[in-house]
Design a protein around this ligand. Structure first.
Ligand code: GDP
Ligand code: MG
Length: 163
C-alpha cells in the first residue's frame, strides 16, 4: 500500500504552502464523520523516491464555530486514523503556542511516526531561537521554508527512510 503522509498543524503555520511544494497534482477528497464534514486535499508526492500520498488536513482553511481547539483536534483525528506518517507543522517565527502544545498532546496517541516541521525558517539565523519546540518531546525538528524551498531535500530523505 502506498504510504499516506498527513500534514497537521494549527491554522496559518504553512501546511498548504508545504503541501503545494510536495504535490504533483491535487485531488479533492471529502471526509465524512458524524457531525463533521471537512474537505481535505490529497496528492501524490513528487519529491520522495518512493510513491507516497500526501494529505493537507487544513482542507480549505475554514475554521469550525467552536474554534481552534476543535479544529486541530479533528485534524489530528484525521491524521491518526488515515496516516502512515504525520508531518506536524509549527511556525518557527511565532515560537511554541498553546495550540501547538494541545495538538502535540493529542498526537501522542498516534501510532504513526511524527516529524516535527519548523516552517517559516526562511533564514539560517532564525534557527538559534528554536529551542522552545524541543519541549514538545518530538525531537529538535526539521527547519523548513515553504516560501523559499529550504529543507525539502532533508524532508524527502526522512520520508524515504521511514517508508
Ligand atoms: P495553513 O493555514 O497552515 O495551510 O497555512 P498557509 O499555507 O495557508 O500559509 C499561511 C501564511 O503563511 C501564508 O501567508 C503563507 O504565504 C505564509 N507562509 C507559508 N509558508 C511560509 C514560509 O516558509 N515562510 C514565510 N515567511 N511565510 C510562509
Ligand atoms: Mg491550509
Amino acid at each position: 500500500k502506498t504510504p499516506t503522509i498527513a500534514i497537521v498543524g494549527r491554522p496559518n503555520v504553512g501546511k498548504s504552502a508545504i503541501f503545494n511544494r510536495l504535490a504533483e497534482r491535487r485531488i479533492a477528497i471529502v471526509h465524512d464523520e458524524p457531525g463533521v464534514t471537512r474537505d481535505r486535499i490529497a496528492a501524490p508526492c513528487k519529491i520522495t523516491d518512493i510513491p507516497c500520498d500526501i494529505i493537507d488536513t487544513g482542507g480549505i482553511g475554514m475554521e469550525l464555530d467552536d474554534g481552534f481547539h476543535a479544529q486541530v483536534t479533528i485534524e489530528a483525528d484525521i491524521a491518526m486514523s488515515s496516516a502512515d506518517m504525520i508531518l506536524f507543522v509549527v511556525d518557527a517565527r511565532d515560537g511554541l503556542t498553546p495550540t501547538d502544545e494541545h495538538l502535540a498532546q493529542k498526537l501522542r496517541r498516534a501510532k504513526a511516526p511524527i516529524f516535527l516541521i519548523l516552517n517559516k525558517a526562511d533564514h539560517f539565523e532564525q534557527e538559534l531561537m528554536m529551542g522552545d519546540f524541543a519541549r514538545l518531546g518530538l525531537g529538535a525538528g526539521l527547519p523548513l521554508s515553504a516560501a523559499h524551498g529550504r529543507g525539502f531535500g532533508e524532508l524527502a530523505d526522512l520520508i524515504d527512510e521511514t517508508a
